[in-house]
Design a protein around this ligand. Structure first.
Ligand code: TXA
Ligand code: MG
Length: 356
């Protein structure tokens, strides 16, 4: 384990770095110490890196919102080691049907049963709580040692989620205490979010746990924006623009239509007019899982080329391609601060789902 080494590729970095590959138990113990002291630690999960803090600590939760620049109306996911740990603050009865999908890239919104256990700000003052059991043994070990942990994606609000420790350092390195580096995240997209307090249950965010897997266990699962227009706590964080690089994003662009001055996020083996150094290939052989893994790194790298526009190849709307398309639609949506959009957008894209 190395402590205090600078993160390669990172900019100004105040956070200590721990490489978990050498001694995972030591890295988990270090993270638990930082968190118990009220600190913020970026931890790896199978989806994206999370910015963790003690869920019970109002001070630590306030630091999360400040570090991310996250709107206070957008609640956080509480991560736990097991459903038993979740049962200490939430009614997990409806989640029992999903038990075999955990640990994994799935988050369930449940009724809150012990308001004293979770800082109210973490739930944006609401009475439901989003719960996730991450696949990473290290993350679960930290939850078991330190208690339930809130962990939004470790990016500034509205930006592309980090799938490497270097991306975390770039986003937040100067304002957090610790980064545990476990290499690139194996899934690459945020967890599926399903609201089990809705009747029928509602898919709020597509991810690697498929709608079919949920429906097989829950029966009917609703998708798309709720009929109530997305009451604040039923579908919070419904900003259409999210996961956004600085460059403008153009979707479903055929290889022949990519401009010579554009950056190109390619899917498949075709060639285009884009310069090789401005081309990031998500998958040469059209493997959607590989594309999901590389999506955010590709957006970051292409953004760093300074190109004004990123053209994106068509991605099939099947399997995890649905979640990739959901994130790309948000990356391409009008930005809250752009004159054309006329302020924050609250409607969800057709595929629906909140983000932060
Ligand atoms: O894969 C993930 O879920 C990652 C890793 C770190 O676990 N975390 C993550 O957190 O993506 P965040 O904060 O970036 O996204 C959480 C989403 C937000 O869109 C938020 O609005 C929604 O979950 N959410 C949180 N609590 C909720 C609640 N009580 N009801 C409905 N949606 C909720
Ligand atoms: Mg996020």
């Amino acid at each position: 384990m190395t402590i205090g080494a600078p993160i390669a590729g990172g900019t100004l970095c105040g956070a200590q770095r721990v490489d978990s590959s050498a001694d995972e138990a030591a890295a988990a113990a270090r993270a638990a110490d930082v968190l118990r002291a009220g600190g913020l630690a970026a931890l790896p999960t199978e989806t994206v890196y999370g910015l963790a803090a003690l869920a019970a600590s109002p001070g630590a939760v306030a630091r999360i919102y400040a570090a991310k620049g996250r709107p206070s109306s957008n609640p956080l996911i509480v991560h736990v080691a097991s459903l038993e740990q979740a049962a200490t603050f939430a009614d997990t009865s409806a989640a029992a049907a999903l038990a075999d999908l955990w640990p994994g890239p799935l988050t369930a919104v449940l009724p809150l049963t012990d308001a004293a256990a979770i800082a109210p700000a973490a739930l944006a003052g609401g009475t439901t709580v989003a719960v996730r059991i991450p696949a990473s043994p290290l993350f679960r070990a930290v939850c078991a040692a330190a208690g339930p942990l809130v962990a939004p994606s470790a990016n500034r609000s509205g930006r592309v989620s980090p799938t490497t420790a270097a991306a975390v350092a770039e986003e937040l390195g100067a304002v957090i205490d610790l980064i545990v580096d476990a290499g690139p995240c194996p899934v690459g997209l945020e967890s599926t979010v399903v609201d089990l307090t809705a009747t029928p249950p509602r898919l709020l965010r597509p991810g690697a746990t498929s709608l079919a897997a949920l429906a097989a266990r829950l029966g009917t699962v609703a998708t798309g924006p709720a009929a109530d227009g997305g009451a604040p706590l039923r579908s919070p964080g419904l900003l259409a623009s999210h996961y956004a690089p600085d460059a403008k994003v153009r979707l479903d662009v055929a290889a022949a239509d990519v401009g010579a001055d554009e950056a190109w996020l390619a899917f498949g083996a075709e060639t285009s007019a884009a310069a090789p150094e401005r081309t990031f290939r998500l998958s040469l052989n059209c493997d959607l899982d590989e594309a999901a893994r590389g999506l955010y790194e590709g957006l970051r790298r292409l953004d760093a080329t300074g190109a004004a526009s990123i053209a994106v190849s068509p991605i099939p709307a099947e399997g995890i391609g649905l979640a990739i398309r959901d994130r790309l639609m948000r990356a391409a949506a009008p930005r809250p601060d752009s004159p054309a959009s006329g302020g924050p957008t609250t409607g969800a894209p057709a595929s629906g789902g909140p983000d932060a």
